[in-house]
Design a binder for this molecule. Structure first.
Ligand SMILES: O=C[C@H](O)[C@H](O)[C@H](O)COP(=O)(O)O
Length: 250
């Protein structure tokens, strides 16, 4: 049943549309995290109840728990090998399909699983589609050990790339630092306007102490944009300038 709240309805429209558009018997699926992927996983659970035969690899402990609750059979990358498709959300996505991810602190598992999939489809409500990335702070996952030194190195890198003195905040959960599913911290970079997402993505992970960053370029092949009236639109971004030459058909 469609949610009554408008933004939830847009997320529902995107998440559930992915089932009819892509899912087939026998598929090995990456299960995204967040409130839009939530509707995808719920709808997948209903399809499994009606006889669909798929297995999923969750991108967070939260999604794992939801998948168990709704009856989606789970596996691991070790068992499954490459996946057919990952469906996941984004905090922002531009016209080329470059995304900011990690608003729910799940970016590390999300990147591993998306990169192990033949195809990645991004499901978003229309408020996430932007002309320029960066209003949403860029999540960067860092190890806890001497995290302030890693934060300073991130600041130096971003300053050197022309972003000036960037505000870098450690993400909190209540009055405690947020700890990810892999036991790390998140540093949010308040860049405000990202002019060269692929350059930042290419350099951030070289900093010792940085585990992963939330700029995902050349990963999404398509985006499904859900609207508040319950409709959706599919956009192909597989041929965009950011698409990697080795995208393995994504
Ligand atoms: O870490 C979380 C993930 O990257 C989510 O996919 C992203 O934050 C979007 O979540 P939502 O659909 O709740 O806006």
């Amino acid at each position: 049943m469609q949610p009554s709240n408008e933004q939830d309805r847009a997320k529902w429209a995107a998440g559930t549309a992915a089932i009819d558009a892509y899912i087939q018997d026998g598929m090995k699926l990456g299960l995204g995290s967040g409130s839009t992927s939530h509707w995808f996983v719920r709808a997948l659970g209903e399809a499994v109840e009606n006889g669909l035969d798929v297995v999923g690899v969750p991108t967070s402990t939260g999604t794992r728990d939801l998948a168990v609750e709704v009856g989606v059979p789970l596996t691991t990358l070790a068992e499954a090998g490459r996946l057919d498709l990952t469906v996941d959300g984004a905090d922002e996505i531009d016209a080329d399909g470059v995304m900011i991810k990690g608003g729910g602190a799940c970016l590390l598992w999300e990147r591993i699983i998306a990169e192990t999939s033949e195809k990645m489809v991004c499901v978003v409500d229309e408020s996430k589609v932007v002309d320029q990335l960066g209003a949403f702070p860029l999540p960067i996952e860092v190890v806890q050990f001497e995290w302030e030194a890693t934060r300073n190195a991130i600041g130096d890198l971003l300053g050197g790339l022309g972003y000036g003195e960037v505000e870098l905040t450690r993400r909190m959960q209540g009055d405690q630092p947020l700890v990810t599913d892999s036991g790390n911290f998140i540093v949010d970079a308040h860049l405000r306007a990202i002019t060269d997402p692929l350059a930042i993505d290419g350099k951030l992970n070289w900093i010792p102490g940085v585990v992963e960053n939330g700029l995902f370029g050349g990963i999404a092949a398509e985006m499904i944009i859900g609207r508040t009236d319950g409709s959706h639109e599919v956009r192909d971004v597989s041929k965009s300038p950011s698409a990697r030459p080795d995208t393995r058909g994504r």
